[in-house]
Design a protein around this ligand. Structure first.
Ligand code: NAP
Length: 281
């Protein structure tokens, strides 16, 4: 029977570390990290995420601002807004909450954020740095997964890791981070034989968006299972991408949904913002 990985507790620890370092930064350099979140329009899920990010930023001692343009904002107006934030020395981190309205090219907006202020780690320059093994802000969700592995004493070095999902925000950066940590990494998608690949894995990271796609019986006994999936079910509850009850019987460690990877994303955003502030001269 697997031990549960308590993402809430680890995330609280990360935030406490950031808070302590922020106090030190204020005392030693008179510098207060600043995070601006841009939320366009009225997407209800975005409103919840942005409120959570703002609250976390305030709790760790950052300056935190929300800019909330109407959903009719034009692409040029949004680019000007990003440019203004790029030039504002009090703003160390800029996060443009996705999704953006359809008339806006999200890739162009992400690319317009100064790479040094891209605390989401999505800018092509930062994606390139990750791919080249250079330091830079890492996408928050996979960055959080790495911290969870560390917390349970799972060093990926020499292990077989299977990442299910190849999105630019989770699957691909996750695979690169595990590779950088010397795991032997396989990335799966719709054309993969999931059962066969997962059965070989010492570490399984599921980032798919399909409830319980990863069957418990596929899990290699003793594997560490990280479930990034957050699927809202008709009854309003959240379900992961892994068949939790069965997987828990075979894994050594497993993240629950909710309360596993979810809380880590905001905590790592705080870490990225602090590092962005520290890097300014
Ligand atoms: P995404 O962009 O939709 O990508 C999903 C990936 O899963 C794709 O690579 C897709 O393969 C693959 N996939 C879908 N159905 C599959 C199937 N039946 N068999 C094999 N592979 C399949 O999703 P995402 O943004 O990476 O998010 C994935 C999940 O993580 C979602 O549940 C999301 O809500 C959750 N999430 C959680 C957090 C958090 O903070 N905890 C953050 C981000 C995302 P193809 O490439 O072949 O299409």
């Amino acid at each position: 029977m697997a031990q549960l990985i308590d993402g809430k507790a680890v995330a609280a620890r990360v935030r406490a570390e950031v808070k302590a370092e922020t106090e030190k930064l204020k005392a030693e350099r008179g510098l207060v990290p600043g995070l601006t979140v841009v939320r366009v329009g009225e997407d209800p899920a975005s409103k919840i995420y942005v409120t959570g990010k703002k609250k976390a930023a305030e709790e760790v001692g950052f300056n935190s601002w929300e800019v909330h343009p109407d959903e009719k904002i034009t692409q040029d107006e949004l680019l000007s807004l990003v440019d203004k934030l790029n030039k504002d020395p009090a703003v160390h981190g800029i996060l443009v909450q996705l999704p953006l309205p359809k008339h806006i090219d999200a890739e162009r907006i992400i690319s317009a954020v100064k790479p040094e202020k891209d605390v989401d780690g999505f800018h092509p320059v930062n994606a390139g740095k990750l791919s080249l093994g250079k330091p830079g802000p890492r996408p928050c969700t996979p960055f959080g997964v790495m911290r969870l592995l560390e917390e349970v004493g799972c060093n990926p070095s020499g292990k077989r890791a299977v990442v299910v999902g190849r999105s630019n925000i989770v699957g691909k950066p996750m695979a690169l981070m595990l590779l950088a940590a010397d795991a032997t990494v396989t990335v799966c998608h719709r054309k993969s034989n999931l059962a066969a690949e997962v059965a070989n894995a010492d570490i399984v990271v599921a980032a798919v968006g399909v409830p319980e796609l990863i069957k418990g019986e596929w899990i290699k006994p003793g594997a560490v299972v990280i479930d990034v999936g957050m699927n809202r079910m008709p009854d309003g509850k959240l379900k992961g991408d892994v068949e939790f009850a069965a997987a828990k019987e075979r894994a050594s460690f497993i993240t629950p949904v909710p309360g596993g990877v979810g809380p880590m994303t905001i905590a790592m955003l705080m870490r990225n913002t602090l590092e962005a502030a520290k890097a300014t001269s």
